[in-house]
Design a protein. Sequence first.
Length: 219
Amino acid sequence: MISVTDKNVPSLSGHKGFRIFMVLFLIWALAGGVLYATMGNHALFQAVHSTHTPALDHFFYYYTYVGDFVVIGPLLLLVWLLPQPYRNRRFFLLLVFTQLLPFLAVQGIKLLINAPRPSMVFGDADWFHRIAGLNLHTQLSFPSGHTAGAFACFTFLSLLLPARKAAWGVLFFILAFLVAYSRMYLGQHFFEDVYVGSLLGTLLCALLYIGWARIFRKR
């Protein structure tokens, strides 16, 4: 397993699970960019949001919490509580900062831009779907915090995968992507919100991890 200790700082060179995750992420980033450029933000949102089934309504109503701290926090705490090499102060700080940095970046951008949510733009449209019991937010749409949180969390977990479980990088990407999809499906975010959220979550987490490794490897 990857160890984050004073004497053994992680290197990205052997992280097969992370590389698999990043290949899928880059495909998503490129494909998403092309779709955004050709179809536009609102058309992409409508394409996802207007296709509903009762089963998916129920599933995404709950699944979207995978991008919330109520799920991410206990999940990462469980990782830290695993036997060594994870249960040490340096690993705990790395875990916290790789999740905190994307969160702060997202919240800062939200407050700066204060973009309207889909319910404010399309709430009166015939195709706009409202799920019973779901509280639709109206402001602070850009970027998606749930998406950033999910991608930061699963990027971090992919970095911890041993070589024999590298294929889990595929599962981790799918889990993160489904959170992004759920935010549009539920009518909480536009495409650009989840797209940028995924970029912030993945890249800030990975860059901080790399920087952390380089700093402590020099000591």
